[in-house]
Design a protein around this ligand. Structure first.
Ligand code: ADP
Ligand code: MG
Length: 323
């Protein structure tokens, strides 16, 4: 059983950023309105995620760490229609197999909280403690018992940059949640969670990058897109500042990138990659989602329409603002 867990962990847990991804998604699923991510040494030696969500009931804590146990949805088809992010029920089991975990959690109904410690998949202790409602999970020494995998980790700075980038994307995708990111004891990000996208963008990016960003909105038959776009002069040499969400989920959509970039192309821009943060809402019947543990592919049924609407929207917009 332990070996199976360790092997399977490789699919879910590739690096510290994948641990953060799974744990923050759990916090979001738990209805948290505030989530703090704290890491040290690029997340390799220390990750702490704190949320103010519903907590894990005392009676469920052990099963939460059993593979394929999930309190959430049952089928991949449901994925784009329900709000739940997790669905395989293997994140906690996988992470626990290759690290040292401490969970402190309390639900509204339980009178006391629980502190649960599990190392390399082995339960170490479980005790009652006083704590606020919500969940704190501390992950120490990722891959301490799988040296071969540990060898494949990049330098802490690189692993940390991945996490930072990921938390930024999450914050921009969930404007209603206050995110805090603490790296080596310094606060790197703190969003207000006031549900205003522009405020969130200003929290995430340096002033210089987002000065003069403009609201953008277009509509198609069964979808609409809104967000903020930068002036053509702010275009870059790479896609660092292109961020897309579909039904609240961060995606890398080739179609959206192409439509946006083609929309900017007619302008005399030095670089072709603009600043954009765009949210698309679309009828889930019009997309196919292919989910792997670490990536997601999306196919649209109405590709041409989406392409045209976005590209034309950008054209019109740039024509107006540059007069
Ligand atoms: P999944 O998210 O796919 O259900 P996980 O292994 O990520 O599987 O989590 C297992 C279970 O543990 C979840 O279904 C949920 O009930 C519980 N859980 C995990 N993290 C939290 C959290 N931060 N708050 C409340 N419940 C949680
Ligand atoms: Mg999960």
């Amino acid at each position: 059983q332990h070996t199976i867990n360790k092997i399977a962990a490789g699919e879910v847990v590739e690096r510290p950023a994948s641990v953060v991804k799974e744990l923050v998604e759990n916090a979001i699923d738990a209805g948290a309105s505030a989530i703090t991510v704290e890491i040290k040494e690029g997340g390799i030696s220390f990750i702490r995620i704190t949320d103010n969500g519903i907590g894990i009931p005392k009676k469920d804590i052990q099963t939460a760490f059993v593979r394929h146990s999930t309190s959430k949805i049952k089928s991949i088809e449901d994925l784009m229609t329900v709000s739940s992010l997790g669905f395989r029920g293997e994140a906690l089991a996988s992470i626990a197999a290759v690290s040292q975990i401490e969970v402190i959690t309390k639900t509204y109904d339980d009178l006391t909280g629980i502190r649960y410690v599990i190392e390399g998949g082995q339960e170490m202790s479980m005790e009652e403690i006083g704590c606020p409602e919500g969940t704190t999970i501390i992950i120490k020494n990722l891959f301490y018992n799988t040296p071969a995998r540990k060898k494949f980790l990049k330098k802490p700075a690189t692993e940390g940059a991945h996490i930072s980038e990921f938390v930024n994307k999450l914050a921009l995708g969930h404007m209603g949640i206050s995110f805090k990111f603490i790296y080596n004891n310094a606060i790197k990000l703190h969003t207000s969670g006031n549900n205003v996208l522009k405020d969130c963008i200003l929290n995430v990016y340096d002033k210089e990058i987002v000065k003069n960003i403009m609201p953008f909105a277009v509509e198609g038959h069964d979808f609409d897109i809104h967000g903020f776009i930068g002036k053509p002069q702010l275009c870059r040499a790479n896609r660092t500042y292109e961020t897309y969400y579909i039904n609240g989920r961060y995606v890398k959509s080739k179609l959206m990138m192409r439509a946006i970039e083609d929309g900017y192309k007619t302008k005399l821009t030095v670089h072709k990659y603009p600043f954009v943060v765009l949210h698309m809402q679309i009828n889930p019947d019009l997309i196919d989602v292919n989910v792997h543990p670490n990536k997601m592919e999306i196919r649209f049924h109405n590709e041409m329409e989406i392409y045209e609407v976005i590209k034309n929207g950008i054209h019109q917009h740039l024509r107006q603002v540059d007069l």
